[in-house]
Design a protein around this ligand. Structure first.
Ligand code: NAP
Length: 249
């Protein structure tokens, strides 16, 4: 039997990039997957098709996870689809890179809302069904930027460092309910999010990475699938870097 058979997973921002890879991996392992998206309906439906073609079950659900009511509707749609919610992956994210001196207030606000407030919105709504079930897994997608900092990314680094603090605090709050909360901190992974980075910058990143390459969405998805598994039942409040050794804590 597949490791995640019978489990229901929700991946925010599952339409593209890392979220897409996570949705496919959880689907491959037998979970029913809700693929959340904001604007990319076609991409989300494609992810659903791939999961279904492989014999799995999946549903695409539109929701802007920066909005609490939208996150609540998203959790409700997940429960209507799967009857429960075992795995929440807070993956939706964005960047608005700029030196702080020139960063607009809206570039600050949108990054904090998308990367951090979304985790409050979705986790808060997910806790009720998880507490009722007496089991749950929350996996937050942080970043090495939240651990080590990165010039030009004060908004992004603050959101990801905040997400790490959120992970640890919530893990302490809900451990007694048999709900684990962990974070994965990827290094550089080629996706639409990193498409604007220059080749020079990526070459530099590879040079600084002991394993000598960029990450793949699968590298990240395997770590998420582990945190989501029964085998990770005694692990909570942890941050796992998936970055080829770029940032060693
Ligand atoms: P991406 O390719 O740009 O995909 C972003 C995803 O987030 C899309 O599915 C997008 O949905 C969704 N999204 C954005 N705003 C949303 C909102 N308000 N409501 C719902 N969904 C929203 O980015 P990625 O590289 O895969 O990044 C995924 C996560 O990994 C992010 O949290 C990012 O910070 C983190 N991360 C990435 C890297 C990297 O190198 N790529 C490194 C470290 C951490 P639509 O398709 O509908 O727009």
């Amino acid at each position: 039997m597949s490791a995640l058979a019978g489990k229901v997973a929700l991946v925010t921002g599952g339409s593209r990039g890392i979220g897409r890879g996570i949705a496919l991996e959880l689907g491959k392992r037998g979970a029913k997957v809700v693929v959340n998206y904001h604007a990319s309906a076609e991409a989300a439906n494609e992810v659903v098709s791939v999961i279904k073609q492989a014999g799995g079950e999946a549903l695409a659900v539109q929701a802007d996870v920066t909005r609490l009511e939208a996150a609540q509707s998203l959790i409700k749609a997940t429960l209507d689809f799967g009857g429960r919610l075992d795995i929440l992956v807070n993956n939706a994210g964005t960047t608005r890179d700029m030196l702080l001196a020139m960063m607009s207030e809206s570039d600050w606000d949108v990054v904090i809302a998308t990367n951090l407030k979304s985790a409050y919105n979705c986790s808060k709504a997910a806790l009720k069904p998880m507490m009722r079930q007496k089991v749950g897994r929350i996996v937050n997608i942080a970043s090495v930027s939240g651990l080590a900092g990165n010039g030009g990314q004060t908004n992004y680094s603050a959101s990801k460092a905040g997400l790490i603090g959120f992970t640890k605090s919530l893990a302490k709050e809900v451990g007694g309910r048999n709900i684990t909360v962990n974070a994965v901190a990827p290094g550089f992974v080629p996706t639409d999010l990193t498409a604007s980075l220059s080749k020079n910058m990526l070459d530099e990143a590879i040079k600084m990475t002991p394993l000598g390459r960029l990450g793949t969405v699968e590298d990240v998805a395997y770590a998420v699938a582990f945190f989501a598994s029964d085998e990770a039942a005694y692990i909570t409040g942890q941050v796992l870097s998936v970055d080829g050794g770029l940032v060693m804590q």
